[in-house]
Design a protein around this ligand. Structure first.
Ligand code: ADP
Ligand code: MG
Length: 365
């Protein structure tokens, strides 16, 4: 089991241009890539906190660069039978959905469509290279966990029951009983399903007077390779987590408190699992939340990548700091005196008009 924790700082949005930028990437040595995120201590702004990651991506990083660096290298392992799990973690508005789903334009496509595109391409090549002796099937499940209940996103919201789908243990694995699975032949198939499912997610949230940023959305891509009697199965999971902000600060209605408790607990357990895996612990507390239990986090032989999304501006200060605290592997590595000085060397790139987050049908690249 291997785990990588990386941070991605998004560019300033149009409405943020000219705002105070307080989050900056740094390197441990001149010439090395970024591995550190720096942020002022809110209690004493002459001090700066540093958090270490496996890698840090700044505001100039494109979707393609992120995918090529962090996800593409693992597609081979997926086809060798290892499971791949990719999380986007962070405060609402920091770029989780942009990172995972992305925008309409080809260049703006996020991790998920790129992952699928790569899986289809590799699967087709494998079938061709083996003259059809090996067949590759790709099947999709997509569900959300809201208030610790599991709902199928491939089914219309009318079919939901208040209790959600039950979990059951089978062969030491946790399965979601009744979760649907759809076979997908190509990227077009996938995109059709994905758009429909994301619409289901929004509709369901609207009915509950909630917001989709308060649920975890989990896309599971099952890859089955069959050669004669030999069947090899592995899964890639891509998770757009609920916003890590403390909802109690902004809205203390009863509903929100219930949501906050469920979100905080599962995100806390997730971070505990990531810590335990990266330390190489035997005991991973994955059973303590539904999300980590369904993903059997740390139980599979696989690769886990956690992407911490960060907004660079001051209005997110406290929430950013707490998300850094939760996700950074080395925690706070140093506190040193600095002068308050300019941050990004390059001027921030204005946000391109990305529009809605849904992906429209696009031809294979
Ligand atoms: P979250 O899912 O974490 O709530 P979003 O993905 O919806 O955040 O991002 C918030 C806003 O920032 C959106 O308008 C999105 O298009 C924009 N954004 C996020 N990351 C980037 C990026 N790397 N480049 C350009 N725009 C981005
Ligand atoms: Mg989002």
């Amino acid at each position: 089991m291997s785990v990588r924790v990386v941070a991605r700082i998004r560019p300033l949005l149009e409405k943020e241009l000219g705002k105070d930028v307080i989050v900056r990437p740094d390197r441990v040595e001149e010439g090395k890539p970024f591995t550190v995120v720096k942020i002022p201590n809110p209690k004493n702004e002459t001090e700066e906190f540093s958090f270490a990651f496996n890698s840090v991506y700044d505001q100039t990083t494109t979707q393609e660069e992120l995918f090529t660096a962090e996800v593409a290298p693992h597609i081979k392992a997926l086809f060798q039978g290892l499971d791949l799990t990719i999380f986007a973690y962070g405060v609402t508005g920091t770029g989780k959905t942009h990172t995972m789903r992305g925008g309409l334009r080809l260049a703006d496509r996020g991790v998920i469509p790129r992952l699928l595109s790569n899986v289809f391409r590799r699967g087709k090549k494998l079938m061709k290279d083996t003259n059809g002796r090996t067949t590759v099937d790709v099947a999709l499940s997509y569900y959300e966990i809201y208030n610790d209940k599991v709902y199928d996103l491939l089914e219309p919201p009318e079919k939901r029951t208040a209790a959600g789908l039950p979990l059951r243990e089978k062969d030491g694995k946790t399965i979601v009983v009744g979760l649907s699975e759809r076979s997908c032949g190509d990227l077009k198939d996938f995109e059709r399903l994905y758009i429909e499912a994301n619409n289901n997610r929004v509709t369901a949230a609207t009915k509950l007077n909630a917001h989709s940023s308060r649920s975890h959305a989990i896309l599971r891509v099952k890859v089955t390779q069959t050669t004669g009697d030999v069947v090899k199965e592995s899964t890639a999971s891509a998770i757009d987590l609920a916003g890590s902000e403390d909802n109690r600060r902004t809205d203390n209605g009863k509903e929100r408190l219930v949501e906050s408790a469920a979100i905080n607990k599962s995100l806390f357990v997730l971070s505990q699992c990531i810590d335990a895996i990266s330390r190489g612990d035997k005991r991973i507390p994955y059973r303590e939340s539904k999300m980590t239990r369904i993903l059997s986090l740390g139980q599979n032989n696989g690769i886990t990548i956690m992407i911490l999304n960060l907004a660079p501006v001051r209005s997110y200060h406290l929430d950013t700091l707490s998300s850094l605290n939760v996700s950074s592997r080395a925690k706070r590595i140093e506190v040193r005196e600095i002068e308050n000085e300019v941050v990004f060397k390059q001027p921030p790139r204005p946000n391109a008009a990305l529009g809605g987050a849904n992906i429209q049908r696009q031809p294979l690249r």
